[in-house]
Design a protein around this ligand. Sequence first.
Ligand code: IPE
Ligand code: IPE
Ligand code: MG
Length: 247
Amino acid sequence: MDWKAQIDSAKLPQHVAIIMDGNGRWAKSQGMARVFGHNKGVDSVRQATEAAAELGIKYLTLYAFSTENWNRPQQEVDALMELLVNTIAKETDTLMKNNVRLLTIGDTNRLPERTREIFKACMEKTQSNNGLQLIIALSYSSRWEITEAVKLIADKVKQGQLDISSIDQQTISRHLNTASFPDPDLLIRTSGELRISNFLLWQLAYTELYFTDCLWPEFTKEEFYKALVNYQQRERRFGKTSDQIAK
Ligand code: IPE
Ligand code: IPE
Ligand code: MG
């Protein structure tokens, strides 16, 4: 099936978010150590980024490392941090060439200095690129993000800069790490797990969810196109009736 040919370019999602899961299981299936799967997963990141950029999707958010992932064996955490450094170092030129801007969400202060520095450098270098906005969720969890937002809002109230009665949903959205991005239209999770794992809980309120058994290292452009075609078959009602939407 030629999935790309089935995509309606007039109905593309503005923002796609991906929970990239299944690297460890893929490595195991190959008789290799988990890190081998993370390395191979970088190819899939490239595929998804290229596909999104080529189609003209404006925002792509990739869940690369969660707050809870800090609890993995130190050796795996170290390997992931190293992989992030090497990948960003290697890919920055390609991002420039393709007009991609790199951004992060998450508690990046927890990252090792080298990781933080390379991301900072890449973000600065790509900051004027106005093609795809590639957002990497790093040391990110939604409950962490919402807790931080509550603290920021509470502080403004305390300082007399914000009136409690004026707090609305926009106030909350504006204090999240994702303040400058629209909510995702489509969430993809690979590896067959049917859960959100603390990702963008607030932002996913009306997002279309797509789960695939495909393990992340096996995720290709074709898989991405397939998810988009599936998304385009959905009717997004936002609480209204189907008749109202058809108008
Ligand atoms: C996703 O793959 C990558 C990260 C969470 C960093 P996993 O490492 O979770 O792979 P599985 O789920 O164990 O197969
Ligand atoms: C979610 O994957 C986090 C990332 C993809 C970075 P996990 O593999 O950590 O999720 P759980 O723990 O199985 O829910
Ligand atoms: Mg996993």
